[in-house]
Design a protein around this ligand. Structure first.
Ligand code: NAI
Length: 392
């Protein structure tokens, strides 16, 4: 099939297997060049197929030569529609890992469920005995908890309605967007889906099955962002969930003192999850422009390779006063934020292409789905029904 991108606002409904493979190869090459070496050896990545989780899997595998088990929720091709990008990413990752002699197996299913936890833990026990690192990188719209209750996540404020400039991704114009306040049950739902409850359940299940090393490290990913986006992010429903996630790191350390549990606050980046947040994409395009100009722009792989190399591989994990790892240090520097605020104040439909990096945003967006890689021949007929080697 010849595959073209089909974009609907902030999602692309097709993915290109060759482009996804190219994406994986480039991330692997980047990580190898970083000379990380030190690090974990048996890494479970929950949410391993795209974005920060995928970058974590690649960094563990090709930076530290660690075996990885990746859990994710993706759709294979049905022969007519393409698979989701995370499916193709994983197929390519496993193939590259095999070529390099690095262990890699994957489990596709609902990470919130007891069944997938059991399946994963059985695999760990069978192949490794115990994992020495657990990365928790889920971004999900809903969760059915272990008692069968369905929780839905929302992206709303928790106080009054909030109106701000926003980028309309359909036509790259600046519009005003109002985000409504959440009802108490929407706040609770977001905390249940994106908070730390399920992270704790994973660690408890691993502990109970004796499938995690005594001195294991576990890291979950969070975001704070600038004051500009506080009403919709840090003080919004998602921010409440992230505070819960941060507290969970403390709770894991209290309950299992031998385990090092941390939250890493990462940089704002275009991923499938973040493209859906209202108002925030305008901040992204401005931030991209400023950080590229400053020469300190990073993508997921640069962030995670730096995390492993500089913050995690030392005896003492480097944290802030609240015990969080700060990978958003460059994003939140005064120099960057002052320029972001000034651009934010000035931005209009007429000047948005000039004072922000819309082009860079869309490049990242298309690349997430395997498009716009000059190395790939998009005119070529390609097989869309690709197998992930470890999945039957
Ligand atoms: P993403 O959408 O690229 O990745 C989400 C991953 O979760 C995918 O592997 C997907 O298959 C998996 N997943 C979703 N639902 C699942 C389920 N029910 N069972 C199993 N797997 C499931 O998202 P992204 O942006 O990489 O987010 C990962 C984490 O990083 C999130 O906690 C997010 O809040 C955080 N983060 C993201 C930032 C950003 O700007 N993108 C910034 C800082 C933190």
């Amino acid at each position: 099939m010849i595959i073209e991108p089909k974009v609907r606002e902030f999602i692309c409904t097709t993915a290109h297997p060759e482009g996804c493979r190219e994406n994986i190869k480039q991330q692997i090459a980047y990580v190898k060049a970083q000379n990380i070496k030190e690090g974990p050896k048996k890494v479970l990545v929950i949410g391993a197929s795209t974005g920060y989780g995928l970058a974590s899997r690649i960094t563990a595998g090709f930076g530290c030569e660690a075996g990885t088990i990746g859990v994710f929720f993706e759709k294979p091709s049905n022969g007519k529609r393409t698979a989701t990008p995370g499916w193709y990413n994983t197929a390519a990752f496993e193939e590259e890992a095999r070529k390099a002699g690095i262990y890699a197996k994957s489990i596709n299913g609902d990470a919130f469920s007891k069944e997938i936890k059991k399946k994963t833990i059985d695999l760990i026990k069978q192949d490794w005995g115990k994992a020495d690192m657990v990365i928790y990188s889920l971004a999900a719209p809903r969760r059915t908890d272990k008692d069968g209750n369905l929780w839905v996540s929302s992206l709303k404020t928790t106080k009054e309605a909030f109106t701000e400039k926003s980028l309309d991704l359909r036509n790259n114009t600046i519009v005003e967007k109002t985000v409504e306040p959440a009802k108490p049950e929407e706040i609770q739902g977001t905390m249940k889906v994106m908070g730390g409850e399920d992270w704790m359940e994973w660690i408890e299940a691993l502990k109970e099955a004796d499938a995690i090393e005594e001195n294991a490290l576990t890291v979950a990913y969070s975001y704070i962002g600038p004051e500009l986006t506080y009403p919709i992010y840090f003080d919004g429903t998602i921010g409440q969930a992230k505070r819960h996630l941060e507290n969970t790191a403390k709770m894991i350390r209290q309950k299992f003192p031998e385990i090092s549990a941390y939250v890493s606050v990462n940089k704002a980046l275009v991923t499938q999850a973040s493209a859906a947040i209202p108002i925030v994409p305008l901040y992204f395009v401005i931030l991209y422009k400023v950080m590229k100009k400053e020469g300190n722009h990073e993508g997921c792989i640069e962030q995670i390779a730096r995390l492993f190399k500089e913050k995690l591989s030392k005896e003492v994990v480097s944290v802030d006063n609240e015990g969080r790892i700060r990978m958003d240090d460059w994003e939140l520097s005064d120099k960057v934020q002052q320029q972001v605020i000034s651009a934010w104040e000035q931005v209009t439909t007429e000047n948005v292409a000039e004072i922000s990096d819309i082009e860079g945003y869309w490049e990242d967006f298309y690349r997430m789905f395997g498009f716009h890689f000059p190395e790939v021949d998009y005119e070529k007929d390609v097989e869309i029904d690709i197998k992930i080697p470890s999945i039957e």
